[in-house]
Design a protein around this ligand. Structure first.
Ligand SMILES: Cc1ncc(COP(=O)(O)O)c(C=O)c1O
Length: 421
């Protein structure tokens, strides 16, 4: 290939001169231009659920494209968007009756934050604070960085970020501190919303906490009239073992964000689901109460058709069984690391398995990250550690043999790069 002029995301080009070109994707694999293939153990940044290029999703896009391309979504509608909204309301936790479309996980969160503030302003009791959980990640736009963990990723943009109230991550044995802090910061009723990644904090290091904590957070939110925003951008569509992670806590958030697996990971689309109360606060003959948000590609018909095909796959194929089988294999696979001196904190929630490599250098920018990535890539495996945190978040079509190969490689990485306690 001639000299590339592409500036890649989260990429330090000075340290990564040769970026492989992918020419085909299929199932759990990325095929390179040189004829070799790479096992995609992170579902291409957590988006691909069933496997790359599921034929029904590809077909649905082709069919939609035969009659519709983008249409303005203010003042107009189309069948794929209408049908998908009905399907999402049916699948989501009860009480989320309205669907607002956008294009990415970040925009779905921006929409959620704006809905929360708009709600309180429109009912005449304005609230301005957002409560966030330590180590969270909600995206890379200014608003989503503001509600995410502060660190090297956003240090340069700090002057643009708004202030939030932070509650500690509910680490095992310290859950009550999280609940007490939330109770304290929500008591003065200035908090419009608490935003959380339910059960698993992804980019923060695949940190996991139990469902009962989420249920307790919901109770505290209700007591102070604070809205609960569940950012299910990563956790949705089966990743944590259930369709949405909130189901495991038997709660309905006031607002739910979904993207990534919404189209099976094939094409960008996001949705922010909200309760009727939030919609009604914006429903008025007073135009000032309009929900002022849009993006050009809102509810792209091909993306909505892809998402509908994804929903149908969940209904017609044994996806729940595949998720359960993968979850079981991950839990079993991790057992071999429990006594391995090079690893700590082996953990799994649903289809996601994670473990910490014991090493002198931790943190996202530690040199160990790129070294590990190169080590796995040399073995035809796409594993992208978060610093010293190794995790597997594969598409649901991955086989037991493929997973075993990944665990073997992780074991080898421990011996090569790990240090004993
Ligand atoms: C929990 C969560 N929220 C939001 C986002 C942002 O999504 P996107 O990259 O599609 O903007 C991500 C991305 O990884 C995420 O994990």
């Amino acid at each position: 290939m001639s000299q590339s002029q592409v500036w890649h995301p989260f990429t330090q080009h000075a340290l990564e001169p040769a970026i492989p070109e992918i020419v085909r994707t299929e199932g759990a694999y990325l095929h390179k231009a040189d004829g070799t293939r790479i096992l995609d153990a992170i579902s291409s940044w957590w988006v691909v659920t069933h496997g790359h290029r599921h034929p029904r999703i590809i077909k649905a896009i082709e069919t939609a494209a035969a009659s519709l391309d983008q249409i303005i979504f203010a003042g107009f509608t189309h069948e794929p968007a209408e049908r998908l909204a009905r399907a999402l309301v049916g699948l989501a936790p009860a009480g989320l009756d309205w669907v607002f479309y956008s294009d990415s996980g970040s925009t779905s969160v921006e929409v959620a934050l704006k809905m929360a503030l708009g709600y309180f302003r429109n009912i005449g009791a304005p609230r301005s604070r957002i409560v966030v959980m330590e180590h969270s990640y909600h995206g890379d736009t200014i608003g989503t960085m503001s509600v995410g963990a502060r660190g090297v990723f956003n240090a340069a943009y700090k002057p643009l970020l708004f202030e939030v109230d932070t509650i500690p991550f509910p680490a095992a044995g310290h859950e009550q501190e999280t609940l007490d802090r939330f109770e304290a910061v929500s008591r003065d009723r200035r908090a419009a919303a608490l935003i959380v990644e339910p059960l698993v904090l992804g980019a923060g290091g695949m940190l996991m906490y139990p469902a009962w904590v989420l249920a307790e957070l919901k109770k505290i939110a209700e007591a102070s009239g604070t809205l609960l925003i569940a950012d299910e951008v990563m956790t949705g569509w089966g990743r944590t073992g259930t369709m949405f992670a909130c189901e495991q806590a038997s709660i309905s958030p006031d607002i739910l964000c979904t993207s990534k697996g919404l189209t099976g990971g094939v094409i960008p689309l996001a949705a922010t689901l909200a309760t009727d109360a939030i919609f009604q606060a914006h429903y008025s003959t007073d135009r000032k109460k309009t929900f002022f948000h849009s993006s050009s590609y809102t509810a792209n018909p091909m993306a909505c058709a892809a998402a509908l095909a994804n929903v149908e796959i969940w209904q017609d194929e044994p996806v729940a069984e595949r998720v359960a089988a993968l979850s079981g294999m991950q839990t079993t696979g991790l057992t071999r690391f429990r006594d391995n001196p090079y690893f700590a904190d082996c953990r799994a929630t649903g289809t996601i398995a994670a473990l910490d490599l014991r090493t002198g250098s931790a943190g996202y920018l530690a040199d160990i990250g790129p070294k590990l990535r190169a080590f796995f890539l040399d073995r035809g495996l796409l594993v992208r550690p978060l610093g010293n945190v190794l995790y597997l978040l594969p598409p649901y079509c991955i086989t037991g043999n493929e997973l075993d190969g990944l665990y073997d490689a992780i074991e080898e990485a421990g011996e090569r790069f790990g240090s004993r306690p």
